[in-house]
Design a binder for this molecule. Sequence first.
Ligand SMILES: Cc1cc2nc3c(=O)[nH]c(=O)nc-3n(C[C@H](O)[C@H](O)[C@H](O)COP(=O)(O)OP(=O)(O)OC[C@H]3O[C@@H](n4cnc5c(N)ncnc54)[C@H](O)[C@@H]3O)c2cc1C
Length: 202
Amino acid sequence: MGLSGVSWGQLDLHDAWIPAKNRIGGEGQGFAIFSTHFSFWRCAMAAAAIGAAESALDKAKNRLRSRNAFSGPIGRFTHLQQEYAKHASRLYMAWLLIQSTARRIELKQYSYVDAAMAKAESVEAAIAAVQWSMLVHGAFGYSAEAHLEKALRDLLGLRIADGTTDVLRGQVARGLLGETLYALSIGREIDLYSPIRERQLW
Ligand SMILES: Cc1cc2nc3c(=O)[nH]c(=O)nc-3n(C[C@H](O)[C@H](O)[C@H](O)COP(=O)(O)OP(=O)(O)OC[C@H]3O[C@@H](n4cnc5c(N)ncnc54)[C@H](O)[C@@H]3O)c2cc1C
């Protein structure tokens, strides 16, 4: 549906035997390597989402100034100004979170929670901004000529790839609320009286 620059395929392994010399990392490190990959890649996806949405918001800005309806630019309508401000602010907040997560990654302080937060909220903020930009462009926004539909299709793919928004928000909740409630949410058995380990945000 989107992301047409990305190659697609499926790999099925049946009775596959991989010699130990081909193992990446040490024994038992698989999940840690996977998490490191996710922290990096989710951050990159979040940045791509914000880039696409910024472009859509720039188009909306031009449209607010250039489209005249009822004897004046549509940008004079304060409800449109309010929405513009909201989307610009949400994208900027998401961008700051991405930068902070990227800095941690650079320092090799991989944070599963930060990366999950950055990807989930950046993609959702980006989808909302692109949809609003389409609306501001009226019927033209719904045409391929407006160059907004591709951004939307791509973003809907990013919303699913490398963990859906729902799953990532679940990971954030797990980090902030501790393991017990998460374990209960997926029906995993847990000692309800075990000490709660939770991540503090500030
Ligand atoms: C563009 C794109 C690129 C991709 N690239 C890759 C790739 O390179 N490598 C790869 O291995 N995979 C890739 N995927 C697959 C992707 O990781 C999965 O599609 C994604 O993790 C969702 O899994 P699923 O499709 O099995 O959906 P399901 O797990 O069936 O989810 C269905 C719905 O249930 C919700 N749900 C499921 N579990 C939970 C839960 N625990 N808590 C809350 N909600 C839940 C989901 O949010 C979703 O809305 C890609 C997918 C897309 C769209």
